[in-house]
Design a protein. Structure first.
Length: 171
């Protein structure tokens, strides 16, 4: 079972545009990736444009042969980021649901491969994504940076700002 999350950004109108991400949505996993690889509005827009995703950053493809590659000693092979490597893999990137196509993980005709969803406000987005079984929500605020909301809290508040991001990068 994955730790589900929503990842998106604030539009100039204050609306929130976001997508579903199935695996490893915990802040200790997602925030470092978001801060390092998706630190501008253009990068965030490009990230969510393809729609819902299985994983924010992986080498795996829908065609990857499981289990992951191992050394002669039986140790899993990992890249410099610590990501598992597979016989059929690619450079680290998101794994989108639309990439399933008509293969064994067929997304056609299912509820996967959803496009980005737009909510009227942060509060509406919190309610929408909480209702979609997400446990965390990450919103890129232009000029501020990433904000994290723990959707398991009764009244989620932003827990991460640009100032905290800058401090964590130098500490």
């Amino acid at each position: 079972m994955g730790t589900r999350s929503a990842i998106g950004y604030e539009l100039p109108s204050g609306r929130i545009k976001a997508v579903y991400c199935h695996w490893d949505g915990h802040p200790k996993h997602q925030l470092p990736i978001l801060i390092e690889h998706y630190n501008t509005l253009d990068k965030v827009k490009a990230l969510i444009k393809p729609g819902s995703m299985s994983s924010l950053r992986t080498r795996e493809t829908w065609d990857s042969q499981l289990p992951a590659s191992k050394t002669k000693e039986g140790v899993y092979v990992r890249d410099d980021e610590g990501l598992l490597m597979y016989d059929i893999d690619r450079d680290p990137q998101p794994l989108y649901h639309h990439e399933r196509g008509n293969g064994p993980w067929n997304a056609d005709g299912s509820d996967y491969a959803d496009p980005p969803h737009v909510n009227a406000s942060i509060k509406a987005a919190i309610n929408w994504w909480r209702g979609s079984c997400c446990e965390h929500m990450y919103v890129f605020i232009p000029g501020i940076g990433w904000e994290h909301y723990d959707l398991d809290e009764p009244e989620p508040q932003p827990k991460f700002t640009k100032i905290k991001q800058l401090l964590s990068s130098v500490l």
